[in-house]
Design a protein around this ligand. Structure first.
Ligand code: PEP
Length: 253
């Protein structure tokens, strides 16, 4: 059975104390996850250790990094490497969030390097892709998103690609309150799976979890996650409110 994942992306929000309280509240809900379901908390770097220790007694709850640098090590003041993240006992990392692409000019080639460094250090990348409103309005979203996958992931061998997590996040839906319809989400997720299948075959494509991101809320998560090719969500705003994120975790299928 394919993994189903609720991934929180706190972005640059919450103090350390607020983050600790949020985790206590969510974990305090004692949601029992099935073996194929899990929850990730992608928190700011300074909160990774605290998050790891909060979840360590829990089954199926993990800390994740929101980013890593695309170089191994060296004179890159202020940056954090995949090796450093691994050395904290963190096994997941978001790569290529649209905010990184937009504000930090991360392109498909740089993201391919990050993906490689993650795998080199036993970190599962949560690879984000998605089109802007302009691209969707010209109807070229499939071509655009397929190129993001091909340019950053298709150099990977089969045994690596089957471990990746993809997050489809239409940029026009992130933080805007404007969610893709279930039809739009399912159509794109099915297409992305077919792109993976075209290179790696159906068996591998069927194993890759594809999360939807973009204004997932407590009141729309169940419907979105019910789509056959939607395997959970990458959640920004609603992951900062314990009651909302609890409902989102419960909506996993
Ligand atoms: C995100 O941060 O990846 C995201 C989808 O944000 P939001 O849920 O707030 O739209």
């Amino acid at each position: 059975m394919r993994k189903q994942i609720a991934a929180a992306n706190w972005k640059m929000n919450l103090t350390y104390q607020q983050g600790e309280k949020l985790l206590d509240d969510i974990l305090g809900a004692k949601i029992e996850l099935a073996p194929h379901q899990f929850t990730l908390f992608a928190v700011p770097y300074p909160y990774l250790l605290m998050t790891r220790s909060e979840v360590q007694e829990e089954q199926h709850y993990y800390a994740a990094s929101q980013n890593c640098y695309h170089k191994k090590s060296g004179a890159y003041t202020g940056e954090v490497s995949a090796e450093m993240i691994h050395s904290l006992g963190i096994n997941y990392c978001i790569v290529g969030h649209s905010e990184r692409r937009e504000y930090f000019s991360e392109n498909n080639a740089v993201l391919a390097e990050k993906v490689d460094l993650c795998f080199e250090h036993f970190i599962t990348p949560v690879f984000c892709c998605g089109e802007s409103l302009e691209i969707r309005e010209t109807g070229t979203q499939n071509h655009y998103v397929a190129a993001q996958l091909k340019d950053s992931l298709f150099h990977l061998p089969e045994e690596k690609i089957k471990d990746i997590i993809i997050a489809y996040e239409p940029v026009w839906a992130i933080g805007t309150g404007k969610t893709a319809t279930t039809e739009q989400a399912q159509e794109m997720h099915r297409f992305l799976r077919s792109v993976v299948a075209s290179k790696y075959g159906e068996t591998i494509a069927d194993q890759v979890p594809i999360l939807y991101g973009g204004s997932v809320k407590a009141n729309n998560a169940k419907e979105l996650f019910s789509c056959p090719d939607v395997d959970g969500g990458l959640v920004g705003g609603a992951s900062l409110v314990s009651a909302d994120f609890i409902e989102i975790i419960k909506a996993l299928k």
